[in-house]
Write a protein that binds this ligand. Sequence first.
Ligand SMILES: Nc1nc2c(ncn2[C@@H]2O[C@H](COP(=O)(O)OP(=O)(O)O)[C@@H](O)[C@H]2O)c(=O)[nH]1
Ligand SMILES: [Mg+2]
Length: 449
Amino acid sequence: MDNDTIAAISTAPGRAAVALVRASGAGVEEIIIRTLGKELPERRPVLRWLVHPDSRERVDRVLATYLKAPNSYTGEDMLELSCHGGPLVPQLVLSALQAAGARPAQAGEFTRRAYVNGKIDLLQAEAVLDLVDGRTAAQHRAALQQLDRGLSRRIEELRDAIMRCEALLVYDIDFPEEDDGPVAADRIDQAAQGVLSGIHALLETAAEGELLREGALTVIAGRPNAGKSSLFNALCGFERAIVTEEPGTTRDAVEAMVSLGGYPFRLVDTAGLRQSGDRVESLGIEVARRYLAGADLVLFCAEAGRALSDEEAGFLAQVACGSRILVRTKADLARGRVGCALDLPEVEVSTVNGSGLGALRDLLVQTVFSGGLLPDTEYPLVRRERHARDLRRASVELDSFLQARSGGVAPEVAATHLRSAAQALEELLGVIAPEDLLARVFADFCIGK
Ligand SMILES: Nc1nc2c(ncn2[C@@H]2O[C@H](COP(=O)(O)OP(=O)(O)O)[C@@H](O)[C@H]2O)c(=O)[nH]1
Ligand SMILES: [Mg+2]
């Protein structure tokens, strides 16, 4: 079953000039004979009629490429068919491949096979997903970096450093009476400490990495009529990159995923608390409370040129989570500036003439995406809970190792923590290779010396 032949339409459904249908597995050569009449050259696209293997009816004129194992995406024999798009043709092409012996692929199965066959590691497989799901420039950059093994290399370096510690320990255990002395104990401990710092540095990127995946939750709050919805719309339209918009019919907010300066933001505008006639409570501060708890950023709107009321100042003072920015709205109407007693970044904007919106956008990006996400940084980011979990595991084991060492625990026993730490990183990469350790002992040490 491991390399039974799978097939799927790889392009999105709908009207399109071209679609891509792929097959992968041991039966590809037979499928080629049965649907395309005769064999194909390797790695060279050929224009041919594709026929249904049972009815022998023509299905489409396709551009067919045969990629022989192991030089394909999955590492197996693959057939890639560029056929005509639309709701019908790709389905018929897929049916023909199935009639010739393929079964429908499961979600992600091509990439899973690429991983199983060692074409990519687990982090790269995740990057493929991130690349396909990416919606902003920053997400795109991060996914490409991970696909290019940016994170993998960093994890491998850390894993290798742990293995060198293990090797030093093994040497210490095997040759305790060496003339030129056993490996200096603090050399091992310093090396372990170095790995620990490296892991902590990676873990520190996890918060931003998650923001980059999920978008920074940005709640727009303020009194009714303060200009919140206008600001929401202006920011949504800023880069014409609205990704999702959910009308707040059954909810207390309207939410949109937008790209600002190339970074993802989940903007939330309060919708359910519209000003309702002469009701006194409608003068309260509008805010989607259930969003506020998880907010990364609160944009508090108040008209430019007026002092904040006690209620507004009180609300701002008690906002506990996320960063706060005071947005002075309707700048085009304001005469003069009235500062606010709170020490907050403040930006004047007008959605009528567009002033200040660029500055606000830049401030949003800087406030939330501070560190490792600038376009020119190469530092890999931890972007999934799985990554953070394995890294934390490795960090706990390294801590235990250092404690065991300072507590005078036998090196054989302390070494088990190093093994567990290395294993956590290997799981992160999706590679477990225990013979690596032996190889490294001999690589790093010359026994005959
Ligand atoms: N002159 C001017 N009017 C604005 C501006 N932003 C919003 N408004 C007006 O202020 C009123 C309330 O705006 P809205 O965005 O609905 O406020 P919300 O209740 O806080 O969502 C509307 O009549 C808008 O046209 C602005 O920048 N300049
Ligand atoms: Mg509104």
